[in-house]
Design a protein around this ligand. Structure first.
Ligand SMILES: *Cc1c(COP(=O)(O)O)cnc(C)c1O
Length: 355
């Protein structure tokens, strides 16, 4: 049976990307060797990194003066690297979910952290709108897409200080005005590549402004200067990212990804709103087009396990909601097809008809 991958991360990738990466794992560039067994400093691997960086800049229209680096450690390590490199005295954070909170926790080790607003009291079902960012903050940190709660900030916020964003789960799903940010980072395993690589876009002139000493590996300057080659980078995930960046470009770039994301999300949200059993969990105007969260209405709560079983039998993979929210979550990253979301909707309709 055909499976539709709604996993939140690691998650769906285009079939071509998986096949190209798998082929390189068997033999890289007619070298007689696997991608897994060549040196990251090999003459024919350097172009992989160079091309990935070039495509990053092209697809996101990254202005001059920014570097793109590939690291290990996941978005979770960036929660500490960001304040290490950018927080001198005070930083502002918008608390929109578990990941935002984790980022704040690390920042507190380095200086004063101002939580400008939080939606924790409403289980993070909305994006706070009324807040003031202190003008003397070193940066304002946001999580553009809240993977667990299904809320999203899909347009650039106004801020009196440079933005820094965790874009783990919505990078390359829309155009971004990178010039508003000092740094954008994320784990690759949601919308860019397989797990194992972390991307960081950093404004060069914003580096080197803090007075503390930074351990070599945690200093962004190390990786900018060495072009992500200070130590051995995760070569297979970087290769996979390159294949995906090529795929995005061939499909029409981030504008097209944006269009598709909105089209998919509308199909599913329309059904959530229409179907008598379901209700969306996120505030309507803040709904994520990447992670679509919904639950059984209170009066049908006892049917939750039934729907999950039914959907799973129909080939829907990964639609169980995060344990902190419950219910269901359909993650629809770039590679999710219209056919996939229509199959999910058909499943919801059939379930309704059966009960
Ligand atoms: C998944 C996720 C993370 C954690 O990423 P790791 O690479 O596993 O550390 C952080 N932030 C957001 C928004 C995420 O979706």
């Amino acid at each position: 049976m055909k499976k539709y991958n709604f996993n939140a991360g690691p998650s769906i990738l285009p079939r071509e990307v998986i096949e190209a990466t798998a082929a390189a794992c068997l033999e890289f560039n007619n070298s007689g060797l696997s991608l897994m067994e060549i040196s990251h400093r090999a003459k024919d691997f350097q172009p992989v990194v160079d091309e990935a960086v070039a495509l990053f800049k092209e697809l996101l229209d990254i202005p001059q003066g920014y570097s793109v680096i590939f690291l290990g450690g996941g978005a979770s390590l960036e929660f500490c690297m960001v304040p290490y490199n950018f927080l001198e005295k005070k930083a502002a954070y918008l608390n929109t979910g578990v990941w935002a909170k984790k980022a704040m926790k690390e920042a507190k080790l380095f200086g004063e952290v101002v939580e400008v607003a939080s939606s924790a009291e409403a289980t993070y079902t909305y994006i706070p709108k009324d807040f003031t960012v202190p003008a003397d903050a070193d940066y304002f940190h946001i999580t553009t897409n809240n993977t667990i709660y299904g809320t999203e900030i899909r347009k650039e916020l106004d801020s009196p200080v440079p933005l820094i964003a965790d874009m783990s789960s919505d990078i390359f799903s829309r155009p971004v005005d990178v010039s508003k940010y000092n740094c954008i980072y994320g784990g690759a395993q949601k919308n860019l590549s397989m797990a194992g690589v972390t991307f960081v876009i950093v404004k060069d002139e914003a580096l080197g402004k803090v007075s503390r000493q930074i351990p070599t590996m945690l200093d962004y300057r190390t990786h900018v200067e060495k072009g992500s080659m200070f130590n051995t980078p995760p070569v297979v995930p970087i290769y996979c990212a390159l294949q995906n960046l090529k795929w995005i470009k061939a499909q029409g770039g981030v504008k097209e990804m944006d269009r598709r994301a909105n089209e998919r999300a509308k199909i599913v949200y329309d059904e959530i709103d229409r179907n008598k059993f379901f209700r969306g969990t996120a505030n309507e105007e803040d709904r994520s087009v990447m992670n679509l969260c919904f639950v059984m209405k209170d009066e049908y709560k006892e049917l939750e396990a039934d729907f999950l079983k039914f959907a799973t039998e129909k080939g829907m993979v990964g639609v169980k909601g995060h344990r902190s929210v419950g219910g269901f979550r359909a993650s629809c990253y770039n590679a999710m097809t219209i056919e996939g979301v229509k199959a999910l909707v058909a499943c919801m309709k059939e379930f309704e008809a059966n009960h």
